[in-house]
Design a binder for this molecule. Structure first.
Ligand SMILES: NC(=O)c1ccc[n+]([C@@H]2O[C@H](COP(=O)([O-])OP(=O)(O)OC[C@H]3O[C@@H](n4cnc5c(N)ncnc54)[C@H](O)[C@@H]3O)[C@@H](O)[C@H]2O)c1
Length: 304
C-alpha cells in the first residue's frame, strides 16, 4: 500500500475515534490581560482607594501606560514609584486635576493620543460622598457639588475618551475601547448612601446605558461598576469606628458574604472590564457588593 493512502487510513480511523472539533473563537490573548493598552484612571491618589488598586492591576497585567490622576496629589508620586519598582516596563504618568474640569480631562486624553496614538481604557472613578444628612437638611449647592464630581466627571471622561478610542494608528488598527464609570450600589436602590450621593450614582448607571447605545458599531464599550461597602479612604471611618467598638464582625452583615470588600476586589472587575475578555459586556451596571443588592431586606434566621 502506498505510504500516503496508509496515512490517510490512519487519519480516518483516528477521526472516528476522536472527531475533530471546530476551533474555539477566542476574543482575547492568553498572555497578559491588558497587554499594550493605554489606561487613564481618576481618583487614584487615595492609598486605600479603588483607583490605586486598579492602577496596580492594569500595570501587573501588561498595560503599556497608566495615567494616575487625582485633584489631590499627596501620594501620586509614591504610587508611581511603587508601580515603577514592580513593573518597570509600564509608563506611569501622574496628573493632578479635578475630574470635573472639562479642559483638564480633554488634556489628559489628548496627551495619551499624542504620545501613544491610542487610548484603550478610561476608568472614571473619582468620587465624593457629599452631604451625609437627611435630604431635608441638604442644601442645593452641596447637592450640585456631589453631582459635579460624581456625575459630570464620568460624563466628561466618556465625552473625550469615546472619540479618542475610535482613533486608529499603527499601534491600534481598529476602533475599540472600554469606558468604566464608578457608580455604587447606592445608585441601584435605597439605604446605601445619602440622597445626593445615591442620585448622582444612579445617573452614572444611566450614562453607561445611554452612551453604550450612542456608541453603536464603534466597539467602544461603556459599563458602570457598583461597589458595595469597600474599605477605602471614603469609608475607613466606618471600619475604624467599628473596630474601636469591637463590632467589626458586623460590617457587611447584610450581604451574604458577611463582610466588607477590599479595593482589590473592585480593581479586578475594572481589569476584566478594561480587557478584551469583556469584549461582549456593554451598557451594564456591575454590582460588586458581596450579594447585597441581590436580595430584599430580611430578618436574619427567619427566612430560608
Ligand atoms: N468605598 C466604598 O464603599 C464605595 C462604594 C461605592 C462606590 N464607591 C465609589 O468608588 C469610587 C472611588 O472611591 P474610593 O472608595 O476608592 O474612595 P477614596 O476616597 O479612597 O478615593 C476617592 C478618590 O477620589 C479623589 N477625588 C475626589 N474628588 C475628586 C475630584 N473632583 N477630582 C479628582 N479626584 C477626586 C479623592 O482625592 C480620592 O483619592 C468613588 O466614585 C466612590 O463613590 C465607593
Amino acid at each position: 500500500m502506498p505510504e500516503s493512502s496508509a496515512s490517510e487510513r490512519v487519519k480516518a480511523i483516528s477521526n472516528q475515534l476522536a472527531p475533530s472539533l471546530p476551533p474555539i473563537v477566542k476574543v482575547a490573548p492568553d498572555g497578559p490581560r491588558v497587554a499594550g493598552k493605554v489606561v487613564i484612571i481618576t481618583g487614584a491618589n487615595s492609598p486605600l482607594g479603588i483607583g490605586r488598586a486598579s492602577a496596580h492591576q492594569y500595570a501587573s497585567n501588561g498595560a503599556k501606560a497608566v495615567y494616575i490622576c487625582d485633584f489631590d496629589d499627596t501620594y501620586l508620586a509614591s504610587h508611581k514609584a511603587e508601580i515603577n519598582a514592580s513593573y518597570p516596563d509600564v509608563d506611569v504618568h501622574v496628573r493632578q486635576f479635578d475630574a470635573a474640569d472639562e479642559k483638564a480631562v480633554k488634556e489628559v486624553v489628548d496627551d495619551a493620543l499624542n504620545r501613544y496614538g491610542r487610548l484603550d481604557v478610561f476608568f472614571a472613578n473619582a468620587g465624593v460622598i457629599g452631604p451625609n444628612v437627611l435630604f431635608t437638611e441638604a442644601d442645593g449647592e452641596d447637592f450640585m457639588e456631589t453631582f459635579r464630581v460624581n456625575t459630570l466627571g464620568p460624563f466628561l471622561a466618556a465625552k473625550y475618551a469615546a472619540p479618542a478610542m475610535r482613533k486608529t494608528s499603527p499601534s491600534k488598527p481598529t476602533s475599540s475601547g472600554s469606558i468604566i464609570l464608578t457608580a455604587s450600589v447606592a445608585g441601584i436602590r435605597s439605604n446605601a448612601g445619602a440622597t445626593p450621593y445615591s442620585a448622582s450614582k444612579a445617573a452614572v448607571i444611566s450614562l453607561a446605558q445611554t452612551m453604550a447605545f450612542q456608541l453603536s458599531g464603534t466597539a467602544v464599550r461603556v459599563n458602570a461598576i457598583c461597589p458595595g461597602l469597600i474599605e477605602t479612604g471614603m469609608t475607613s471611618i466606618v471600619f475604624e469606628a467599628a473596630r474601636a467598638r469591637g463590632t467589626q464582625g458586623k460590617i457587611g452583615q447584610l450581604n451574604p458574604l458577611k463582610r466588607g470588600g477590599h479595593a482589590d476586589e473592585i480593581a479586578r472587575v475594572a481589569l476584566f472590564l478594561g480587557s478584551d475578555e469583556a469584549s461582549y459586556v456593554n451598557g451594564q451596571a456591575w454590582a460588586v457588593d458581596g450579594g447585597l443588592s441581590a436580595g430584599h431586606p430580611y430578618v436574619q434566621n427567619k427566612l430560608a
